[in-house]
Design a binder for this molecule. Structure first.
Ligand SMILES: Nc1ncnc2c1ncn2[C@@H]1O[C@H](COP(=O)(O)OP(=O)(O)OP(=O)(O)O)[C@@H](O)[C@H]1O
Ligand SMILES: [Mg+2]
Length: 497
């Protein structure tokens, strides 16, 4: 791809961007939120028509690309924000537009069997027969999308932040798959905000900044710090800034919580000023525990108490009414209104603060929204732009800003920094520290071990539906967390450690 330009109205998403990718190579693509990564990928996918530039595939110039012509050329995509059809079965999703059989003779059973075969072969997992896409977790959906590409003849595979909601073991199996494909001569374009992944996996990496490529380097020869410096052209400072929060009274008390078949006997307390992490593999129950706090699932045993009052959230509305600020994982479905402006989204959760006698104090609201846009470095042409028009990571920042602008005392965050660039991560960590310093209690579900050890006072590990470890102080270490979440050490041994 040479000299690609693309403007959305006044926003120049790509300015003379070039990308050259070789067969049998894993080619990283990095840059801050809004740098233009997804846009250049969508140009290659035939989803966005560029304003200028040329594209050659296999040495031949190609004209106007369409999603169908691109697929015929063997180029497959795992997009950041294009989801699977929620009502399709796993088999239908994997073989979409490549159904086994014909017309009325399409064989659902054979497709399901073939899909499961691929899932087992590549990822070592089995999904319940007949499961619908909407019943799967985000991680399982990603795996199904990747399997769809593997089911077809592929020359180029493009993955836009594929690991964003995967846990360590799933990331490992994905990497094993990608290395196998690379050995088969497939070219892989891999977008990620995780620098360790880029370092481990990629042969070369192209850095984008403000819509242009600013350099292509080999991670084996170039330090991560150098690559980050190319991305942001400034210093981010300490990744995990120190906080000075006084630990106060208990505010969230979970006691003997249980949900049949998911988890049992879960008890923990979070105090004012504390940041507590919770982690566990896919299916461990960690996610479901947090969902019960959100009111997305309902526990059938035990109690949840907020500042001494017992609560039974049967939906996010109840949880919010009980005083919890929630950042759900699937922000596009639950956390953000795509067709409202940045301003409206940010002030949604805290409208009470800006209204007096039914009138919204626009000026004050505007100042607060501007301040958050600055603090979180949200890349947007202005606060009245629709959230739909922002890049994936910037949408994420808006959903975080929304809760930071309301002064809640308990925050429950599900993967708060997934898909967010490194500079914004540091901003978010700083904001969480400030919330804790103001006396907020924070529970954060995360699969990012670095983030857990860097940010939390304590981390709870869930394994097979039970709390199997609590790590703090010198024992708050990513190797110990990883071992505990994969069941490598039993609780008694961890106590002794
Ligand atoms: N449909 C659109 N309408 C208006 N602006 C858009 C549209 N799509 C992207 N943009 C803008 O183009 C710029 C580049 O966006 P892009 O999605 O390519 O970023 P990105 O590098 O993928 O970022 P992220 O890491 O956050 O996913 C951003 O400023 C974004 O707001
Ligand atoms: Mg993107």
């Amino acid at each position: 791809m040479k000299g690609i330009c693309k403007a959305f109205g006044p926003v120049k998403a790509l300015v003379d961007a070039s990308l050259e990718v070789m067969p049998g190579t894993i080619h990283g693509l990095v840059g801050q939120n809004g740098a233009g990564k997804s846009t250049i990928i969508k140009v290659l996918a035939g989803i966005i028509a560029p304003d200028a530039g040329s594209i050659e595939i296999g040495g031949r110039p190609v004209g106007r690309l369409t999603p169908a012509s691109v697929e015929r050329l063997g180029i497959h995509f795992i997009h950041q924000d294009r989801l699977l059809v929620p009502t399709a079965t796993v088999g239908e999703a994997v073989f979409l537009r490549h159904e086994i059989g014909f017309g009325a003779f399409i064989s659902r059973r054979r497709m399901a069997a073939a899909a499961n075969e691929l899932l087992k072969r590549y990822f070592g997992i089995e999904l319940p027969a007949g499961a619908l896409i909407k019943d799967l977790t985000t991680a399982q959906q990603k795996i199904v999308q990747i399997t769809r590409a593997l089911a077809q003849k592929t020359a180029v595979l493009v993955l836009d932040e594929p690991t964003a909601s995967l846990v360590k073991t799933e990331v490992d199996s994905l990497f094993a798959v990608l290395r196998r494909l690379k050995a088969d001569g497939i070219a892989i374009i891999f977008i990620s905000h995780y620098m360790q992944e880029i370092d481990q996996l990629c042969d070369v990496v192209t850095v984008m900044r403000n819509g242009a490529d600013v350099g292509t380097v080999r991670p084996a020869e170039t330090s991560i710090d150098k690559i980050i410096a190319m991305m942001i052209a400034r210093d981010v400072g300490a990744m995990f800034p120190k906080r000075k929060a006084a630990i106060g009274a208990p505010v969230l008390d979970v006691s003997q919580l249980g949900l049949a078949g998911r988890f049992e006997d879960i008890s923990f307390t979070i105090r004012q000023g504390e940041i507590v992490g919770i982690t566990g593999l896919l299916g461990s129950g960690a996610k479901e525990i947090v969902n019960c706090l959100f009111g997305l699932q309902t526990a059938d045993k035990g109690t949840i108490a907020v500042e001494g009052r017992s609560v039974h959230p049967s939906g996010p509305y109840d949880a919010v009414a009980a005083g919890l600020a929630l950042l759900p994982e699937d922000r596009r479905a639950h956390g953000i209104a795509l067709d409202l402006s940045v301003r409206e989204n940010v002030s949604l959760a805290s409208l009470g603060r800006y209204s007096s006698k039914g009138l919204i104090k626009r000026a004050e609201e505007g100042r607060q929204v501007d301040a958050l846009i600055r603090e979180l470095t949200i890349k947007t042409p202005g606060k009245d732009v629709l959230v739909r028009q922002l890049s994936g990571g910037n949408q994420q920042k808006v959903s975080i800003a929304k809760w930071l602008s309301c002064q809640s005392r308990i925050y429950v965050l599900d993967e708060p920094t997934v898909a967010v660039d490194i500079a914004a991560k540091v901003e978010i960590y700083g904001l969480l520290n400030r919330l804790a310093e103001r006396g907020a209690a924070i529970l954060m579900l995360s699969s990012d071990l670095l983030e857990l050890t860097g940010m939390c006072d304590r981390v709870l590990v869930v394994y097979r539906g039970a709390l199997t470890g609590e790590f703090s102080g010198a024992r708050l270490d990513s190797d110990l967390l990883l071992a505990a979440s994969s069941g490598a050490s039993r609780p008694s041994e961890m106590e002794a450690a």
